[in-house]
Design a protein around this ligand. Structure first.
Ligand code: TYM
Length: 331
């Protein structure tokens, strides 16, 4: 029997992935790709919901493709492609938008978060309908599982609702997907503000570990991570968010459960602990960084690979789109 279908994606909206993307998504994808028929997209149509400079965006798409491969996605096994190269995404998005409630879309917390600073008046309509495009991404591929960090869970729930609603109204057309969220690493926090998630748009760069940062810079950021004055190394999200975050990071880097790390570091100081975290992160990320830079040395090869995979993706996506259009009476 064929492996179940998996779909996930990331935005090419910065020059490098951060450690939250790596632990919450890429590391999981790598582990899952042998048991699933996987599609991994670079969601450039999502990235343009906020202003992007065209030349910078083009480069960021390649850089993200290189990071996927360097992080362990095998482009011969999994389909790694760019969302805008497959026209069906934007087309299905429109069909799904017509069955999405305005109130339902208004309840998406990420839209509220992303517009908290600048206000909703200044946001694009594209940013508002962003989750509907994400639903189109997932549903086009008859996806069963969607591995994401927990900030995307609500969007996957909306996708499920839309699939069920469409199937009920127009006849069975879509597979209803399930989110898969890693315990522990589902949310990695900012090193300087450990009550906020690590994010591309952080105010203070010292709180964010970038995959393409120089290793010495990464180690320094971890050694200066905010902790607390209690001095004990134990997980407690409410009272010790900084130490808890570092424990989650070390667990993800080494595969050792947090409880075993608490035992290992019992009685040790924060200095020793932070050095261990820094060493583990650098050991994991330095080879990924090097391989990314190597791959970026041959942009033509990356483009060739993305073109070939977009063709593969379009075959699957076009068939689903045709089914959905027919069901709605459009063909
Ligand atoms: P994006 O690009 O914001 O993030 C990519 C992935 O990284 C996870 N993530 C985190 N995980 C743990 N801790 C953090 N601090 C952290 N920050 C980000 C995200 O949960 C995500 O899994 N809308 C999506 C992209 C998308 C998508 C899709 C995903 C578009 N279409 C279809 C799955 C399926 C997004 O903006 O991810």
């Amino acid at each position: 029997m064929a492996n179940p279908r998996l779909y996930s994606g990331m935005q090419p909206s910065s020059g490098s992935l951060h450690l939250g993307n790596y632990i919450g998504a890429l590391q999981q994808w790598r582990a899952m790709q042998s048991d699933f028929d996987a599609f991994f997209s670079i969601v450039d149509l999502h990235a343009i919901t906020v202003p992007q400079a065209p030349d910078v965006l083009r480069e960021q798409v390649r850089t993200l493709a290189a990071q996927y491969i360097a992080g362990g996605i095998d482009p011969d096994r999994s389909c790694l492609y760019v969302q805008s190269h497959v026209a069906a995404h934007a087309q299905l998005q429109w069909l799904l938008a017509t069955i999405t409630g305005f109130g339902e879309a208004s309840r998406m917390t990420q839209f509220k978060d992303k517009t908290a600073k600048g206000g909703q008046e200044a946001a694009s309509v594209g940013l508002f309908t962003y989750p509907v495009l994400m639903a189109a991404d997932i549903l086009l591929y008859d996806t069963e599982v969607v591995p994401v960090g927990d900030d995307q869970k609500q969007h996957v729930e909306l996708t499920r609702d839309l699939a069920e609603r469409f199937n009920k109204r127009f006849g069975k057309t879509f597979t209803v997907p399930k989110p898969v969220i890693l315990a522990g690493g589902a949310r990695i926090y900012d090193l300087q503000a450990p009550e906020s998630k690590m994010s591309k748009s952080a105010d203070n760069d010292k709180g964010v570990i970038w995959l393409l940062d120089e290793p010495a810079r990464t180690a320094k950021k971890i050694r200066s991570a905010v902790t607390d004055t209690e001095g004990s190394i134990r997980a407690d999200r409410a009272e010790k968010p900084g130490v808890t975050n570092l424990l989650d990071i070390l667990a993800a880097m080494t595969g050792t459960p947090v409880a075993a790390l608490e035992e290992e570091f019992a009685g040790q100081g924060y200095g020793v602990f932070k050095t261990a975290v820094a060493d583990a992160v650098v050991a994991e990320l330095a080879p990924v960084r090097e391989r990314t830079l190597e791959l970026l040395g041959d942009p033509a090869e990356l483009d060739r690979l993305l073109d070939a995979n977009a063709e593969r993706a379009a075959e699957v996506a076009d068939a689903t789109l045709a089914r959905a259009m027919e069901a709605m009476g459009l063909r």
